[in-house]
Design a protein around this ligand. Structure first.
Ligand code: BES
Ligand code: MN
Ligand code: MN
Length: 458
């Protein structure tokens, strides 16, 4: 059977598909903020209803946090499971948005049509590419692709606290031959990509306390230790002059790239100057002996994501603060162990805290890096499907971001995962004015139809 009628159907119904995505984008399903709990629920309900309309056996499944959505198409054949997340990041700073983040619209820009709104690219637009492919398939063939499971989460942006228990409790139902994940990007804007390596993530929050109250820096300054200065010195020492991270044992488990992967990445002809140039930069800031592509795909990092203390309001105040805080994250690669690194980091910091100061820690998420097993012939089939759609050979790439479930599919359910996504580097995910190109959405839907066609062919 030819896939062409399904592709034609996708082209004809793009306006309706876009309207459905806009409707989902209007639901402010911010998972990290408890004030939006009911909205997360509403987003899950919206998708369940849509999947039921489509003929899936779909349900909203409670967890201690936000609900999961699980849907099955039924039937025989290879069992494929699709994963995406319906939750979105908070919108702050709101004043930098050109419009209400939850009043999305299709806009004409110099670079083409874009769907603007929080979650358009991460990840509602992407998860809808798969659902729309199923819809067109059903409308043309009379039935859904067989033996599909759709599994959507509402807590990805808050570290997926309910995910592992849910996967364990529902292992029989969720275990499939292969997981498909749509939460990553294209390789440069016209080249489709399958992600084979993802970085892990470790979050730490640190507080330095000094005097038992805020002080006047005229009265005490010089004599009383300033915790912001202590914290700044600690943070400055986390990298050496070559960009290496100084936490003891940090590089244990960081592999050198296998030669064939290095060669393959060289073939990608990544435009390093453009990558940095697009965001107003020119000089790579990582380890001196690495290329930017290595820096974002295969090397670990330590970044300060936030730092605060003292007086930061308008005007000026000569306070000598009693506390200083920072949020620090590590991107991990290879077999770096997040729990070991957490301990090493804390112990390392403790050795640097001077007299009269106290340090305390608060841990955030800890997920190891993911390495995808691509020997399954499904990978080559999907690559062919993507190459046909984009008319540029699909690339095997790394991903600097983190999607903890990619690793859990293997460690909890023993299944491989294939990551295919259509986001672009300038989508501004997590930032103001997030967008998804209409082309990403349209060709994303077409791509999934082609991938499903290849993967479900007898
Ligand atoms: N979709 C992103 C991961 C991603 C980022 C893929 C950049 C491709 C490029 C995902 O939703 C995400 O934001 N992950 C977080 C971690 C999560 C545990 C909050 C991240 O990478 O910071
Ligand atoms: Mn995402
Ligand atoms: Mn995200």
């Amino acid at each position: 059977m030819s896939i062409d009628p399904v592709l034609a159907r996708i082209d004809e119904t793009l306006p309706e598909a876009t309207e459905r995505l806009l409707a989902l984008l209007r639901i402010p399903s911010i998972s990290t903020d408890p004030a939006y709990k009911a909205e997360c629920d509403r987003a899950a309900d919206w998708i369940v209803e849509d999947l039921k309309d489509l003929g899936f056996d779909a349900s909203k499944r409670p967890t201690p946090g936000h609900p999961m959505v699980v849907a099955h198409s039924g039937g025989e054949g290879p069992h494929l499971l699709f994963y995406g997340h319906y939750d979105v990041q908070p919108v702050d700073p709101l004043e930098l948005w050109d419009r209400d983040p939850f009043d999305p619209e299709l806009q004409d820009t110099a670079a083409g049509k874009v769907i603007r709104g929080r979650g358009s690219s991460d990840d509602k637009g992407q998860l809808m590419t798969f659902i729309e492919a199923c819809r067109a398939w059903k409308e043309v063939n009379g039935s859904l692709p067989r033996n599909l499971t759709i599994f959507l989460e509402g807590e990805e942006e808050s570290g997926s606290p309910s995910l592992i228990p849910f996967m364990k409790e529902n292992a029989e139902e969720l275990k499939a031959d292969l997981a498909l994940i749509c939460d990553t990007g294209l390789f440069e804007s016209k080249t489709p990509a399958i992600v084979t390596m993802l970085r892990g993530l470790l979050g730490e929050e640190i507080t330095i306390k000094a005097a038992n109250k805020d002080l006047h820096s005229g009265m005490f300054g010089g004599a009383a230790i300033n915790p912001i200065r202590v914290l700044a010195k600690i943070i400055a020492s986390l990298h050496d002059e070559n960009g290496h991270i100084t936490v003891p044992g940090f590089y244990d488990g960081v592999p050198e790239l296998p030669d064939e992967v290095r060669a393959q990445w060289q073939n990608l002809a990544f435009d390093h100057a453009k990558f940095l140039g697009d965001v107003g930069l020119s000089v790579p800031a990582g380890e001196h002996d690495r290329t930017p592509l290595e820096m974002i795909w295969s090397r670990p990092t330590c970044d300060v994501n936030g730092i605060w203390g003292g007086y930061t309001g308008d005007g000026f105040k000569t306070v000598l603060p009693s506390e200083a805080h920072a949020k620090i994250s590590f991107r991990l690669v290879g077999s770096q162990d997040p729990h070991v690194i957490r301990e090493n980091f804390r112990n390392h910091i403790r050795t640097m805290v001077p007299f009269d100061c106290e340090v305390s820690f608060h841990g955030h998420g800890a997920s190891p890096a993911g390495q995808m097993e691509i020997s399954d012939p499904a990978f080559e089939k999907a690559r062919e499907a993507l190459t046909e759609e984009w008319e540029t050979p699909a690339a095997y790439v790394g991903c600097g971001g983190s999607i903890p479930i990619a690793g859990y599919f293997k460690s909890v359910l023993g299944m491989d995962a294939m990551l295919i996504g259509f986001g672009k580097d300038d989508d501004q995910i997590h930032s103001p004015n997030e967008k998804y190109d209409l082309e990403s959405f349209h060709k994303g839907i077409r791509s999934w139809a082609r991938v499903l066609d290849k993967l479900t062919a007898e």
